[in-house]
Structures are given as C-alpha cells and as structure tokens.
Design a protein around this ligand. Sequence first.
Ligand code: NDP
Ligand code: GDR
Length: 355
Amino acid sequence: MVTSNKQKTALITGITGQDGSYLAELLLEKGYIVHGIKRRSSSFNTGRVDHMYTDPHFNGRPFYMHYGDMTDATNLIRLIQETQPDEIYNLAAQSHVQVSFDSPEYTADVDGLGAMRMLEAIRLLGMEKKTKFYQASTSELYGKVQEVPQSETTPFYPRSPYGVAKLYAFWIVVNYREAYDIYAVNGILFNHESPRRGETFVTRKITRAAARIAEGQQEKLFLGNLNAKRDWGHAKDYVKGMWLMMQQEEPDDFVLATGETHTVRKMCDLAFKHAGIEIEWKGEGVDEKGINKATGKVIVEVDPQYFRPTEVDLLIGDPAKAKEKLGWDFDYDFEALVKEMVESDLEEVRKSVKV
Ligand code: NDP
Ligand code: GDR
C-alpha cells in the first residue's frame, strides 16, 4: 500500500451502516486512507458502501474492508495494529432500541463492552498518543425527560438496554481520556436519518410505506407510539460534526441536534403529503387511524406490538456548544430531510415496479 506522509488513516467500525457509509465518503473526499470493519453475513451487507469501489468519483481512492466483530477483542487488536489508524470512529452497534429489549445481553456486549475493547486495544498497543477515538454516543442517554432542550450538561436517565449499554460506553470514553490521556470524544447525536436509514427505524418505515402506498404497492402502515417526539436531522450533516470533533486541540464531548422536535404523527403527515396523500386522523390511542382524505381508506393503524416497555417521550437537543466551538451547522431542515427520503423511496418503488 503506497501512502504519503501527510495522508491520514481512519478506521471505521460500523462502516456498512448509515453513518459509516456517509463518513467513509467524507473522509475519502478529504484524502484519508479509509479502513472499515464489516461483519461476515450469509447475504450481502455492503450495499451502502459498494459504490466506493465502483463509482468513478471514489474509484481508485484508498478504501479497504476487513472482517471483524465488536465482540472479538483479538480481531480488533489485530486490525488496529495492522491499519495503524490516526483516527478511529466507533460507529458499530446493535443500534435498534426496541430490539435491545429482546437482546439486552448482546446489545450490552457490542454497544458497551465493544467500545471498551477498542480503547483497551489502543492502550495495549501503546497507541495512546497516536490514535484519536470517536464514540457514537446518543440522545437515548437522556431517556426520561430531565430538562429541555437537552445539552452536554443534562443528566442522563436511559430508558432501554440500548441506552444503558451506550451509557457504559460514554463513561468508559471519559475514563480512558482522563486515565490514559487518550484523545477520545463522545458525539452525543440526536436522531439523524437519510435515504440510507435502515428500513425498521420509524422515519424510513414511514417514507417507504408512503411511497409504496402512493404507488399502489401496499395497503396500510402499522406503527407504534405516534406521540413520541424526536429531533430529526440528516446523517450527512452529522458525520461532518463527527470529523470536526476529531480535529480540535483538546478532546471534548458535543451534542449534535437541530433544536427542533416533531411527533411521529407529524412525520407521517409530511411524508405522505410529499407522496401526494393527505392524511386525516380519527380515534385515540390504539384505536387511532390515519385515513386517506381522498379515498377514505385507512392507511395508518396503531399496532401495540411496536410499543416499547419504557419509552423516550421527548427529545430536543441544544447544539449551541458544537456551533460555537466546532463551527458546526446543518444544511437540511426537517422538511428537506423528509422530502429527500420520500423522493428516494418513490424512485426505488417505481424502479422495482418497472422490472
Ligand atoms: P446502523 O444500524 O445503520 O449501523 C450499525 C453498524 O454497526 C452496521 O455497519 C452494522 O453491521 C454494525 N454492527 C452491528 N453489530 C456489530 C458487531 N457485533 N460487530 C461489528 N459491527 C457491527 O446505525 P447508524 O449508522 O444509524 O448509527 C451509527 C452509530 O451511531 C451506532 O452506534 C448508533 O447506535 C449510533 N447513533 C445513531 C443515531 C442515529 O440516529 N442514526 C443517533 C445516535 C447514535 P451490519 O451492516 O452488518 O448490520
Ligand atoms: P429511536 O428511533 O428509538 O429514537 O433510536 P426509532 O426510529 O426506532 O424510533 C423513534 C420513535 O418512533 C416510535 N415509533 C416507532 N419506532 C419504530 N422503529 N417502528 C415503529 O413502527 C414505530 N412507531 C412509533 C418509537 O417508539 C420511538 O419513540 C434511533 C436509533 O438510531 C438509535 O441507534 C439512536 O441512538 C437514536 O435514534 C438517537
């Protein structure tokens, strides 16, 4: 592998996920050598990053993938030793909050201990002065509402095994920073979405269904809690913030958010509107139904199987510190985000219908 002295090397865990794919693009554009860790799977799981080998814009740029897993410490140590990264972005996680109630031990292992394994590898290899570490922390740490808007000083009160696992990761980052002087940071990121968002997260589930219903490919959409409020931004904007956090004089933790919050119901209204459907809401609680105003057909129903044992009711972040100290800001507002996601899903549905 030919490398110039100035060229930085990054290692991204979770590169095949939504954020990993956008971050890899950003770093390749900035001239980094990018290494990513992917999991062995019985089917293809690299759909979000394959274009980095084939798209002429990226083709020829130094992009390498390695097999690995956050539960496998020796594998992680070897990969860090072999790739000698200047910056590690730890994005790998069992990232679905509802799934974490079904798989709490696995979630703790990957999301909590996984972060510690990476930090411990840096220490074991004596790379404390060379390698910076970014941890994908989350607004789920805030959980039960303590204050709004939530900032770096708001107390944590996680409400799921996912949130609790990420709490361990948050504090192990702080501890390794203080104990071993590692440049290690937490990005406390509020929900961020995109056309690459996994299909079981609520925004993508809604935009996909809106497109499919508009094109006559689906009758109804079943959702859980319509009253939950989230601060939704665009993943492309948020990976820029991750990079900025790694370029500072001193390591520190930052919130990235838009400062606006919307209910799941509002997200539905907007997505369906972009797909050409106006929704009218009737009923309450589990009997609440979203009706297509033009046809009178029920298109959204509440299904209690999607309710969580404990819910995070309201998230709204205060990104003032990131704006001031990092110069970070976002380009996409909520409306632009939803529009892009619906348009992308409409295109996908229309393509699949033609085949
Ligand atoms: P995704 O679910 O899209 O991606 C998760 C990535 O982690 C995938 O590449 C996945 O691999 C990988 N992964 C899962 N388990 C393991 C494992 N055991 N070993 C190695 N890799 C594994 O998440 P996002 O891109 O949305 O999020 C990135 C990170 O940011 C996550 O840590 C998430 O918890 C956190 N976060 C996300 C926010 C958001 O709104 N998106 C907000 C705040 C934090 P595979 O593709 O094979 O499944
Ligand atoms: P979240 O995202 O739990 O905030 O975690 P998700 O999109 O799963 O849920 C958002 C809210 O919508 C409600 N909801 C539904 N959720 C899903 N998935 N499916 C449904 O059918 C449905 N109906 C209503 C949920 O109850 C919830 O209140 C995301 C993940 O990316 C985490 O990894 C990340 O840390 C946080 O965002 C910030």
